[in-house]
Design a protein around this ligand. Structure first.
Ligand code: AMP
Length: 216
């Protein structure tokens, strides 16, 4: 199963992908998580990406494609993967198409998650993330607080608010989404493997995705 998860920041791509990862035993590949790990490690890729990320802008395609190529050619992707936060532009979609063709792979589904703008804003400003780059568990101060205040339930590391989840940067990320990523709905929309569903309650959304994947 090779899945692309589309949707605005805060639409639920990370949450849904984490559930599907367990259900289908295929890795969730989040370019945002990969980049945050590189920034934390102070690697050359991290150094190139950091400023763009802090400002809520898009990291250049060549940096992203280097990360994606390295990740997709790893062994654990042989049975499939869930792409979360990639592609984000039509040119990334074109590069992905070429990469998959090279690898002799085809996509199984492109899923767009829908959520109203006020819900996106509410989710993003109340989101907290585990600071451990190999964990990155997601919490929400209202709906999914950690058991012990400020400490990750899974790994015990501190939980933080991401630099790019302040209200000002979030508004910028939503503008960038509308301008650069929304056109992907046109790009993939005509393909039979594309579908778009609301993501208000994660459990219902996952059930609906499983139903649609079984039918397809
Ligand atoms: P995310 O966790 O997916 O919201 O990503 C956090 C940040 O990482 C984004 O705001 C971008 O700066 C950068 N980023 C992640 N994925 C991509 C991508 N596919 N293309 C460009 N920039 C990306």
């Amino acid at each position: 199963m090779r899945i692309i998860m589309l949707g605005a920041p805060g639409a639920g791509k990370g949450t849904i992908s984490t559930i599907l990862e367990k259900e289908f035993a295929i890795p969730q590949i989040s370019t945002g998580d990969i980049l945050r790990g590189e920034v934390k490690a102070g690697s050359p890729i991290g150094k190139k990406a950091e400023e763009y990320m802090k400002a809520g802008g898009l990291v250049p395609d060549e940096v992203i494609m280097e990360c994606v190529r390295a990740r997709l050619t790893r062994d654990d992707c042989r049975n499939g993967f869930i792409l979360d936060g990639f592609p984000r532009t039509n040119s990334q979609a074109e590069s992905l198409k070429a990469l998959l063709a090279d690898m002799g792979m085809a996509l199984s589904a492109v899923i767009n998650l829908e959520a109203p703008e006020e819900l996106l804003l509410r989710r993003l400003t109340s989101r907290r993330t585990c600071s451990n780059s190999s964990c990155q568990a997601i919490y929400n101060i209202h709906t999914k607080p950690a058991k012990k205040d400020g400490i990750c339930d899974l790994c015990g590391s501190p939980i933080i608010q991401r630099d790019d989840e302040t209200e000002e940067v979030i508004k910028k990320r939503l503008d960038i989404y509308r301008e650069n990523t929304l056109p992907l709905l046109e790009y993939y929309g005509k393909e039979p493997i594309f579908f778009s569903i609301p993501c208000i309650e994660a459990v219902e959304t996952v059930d609906e995705i499983k139903r649609k994947l079984q039918k397809g």
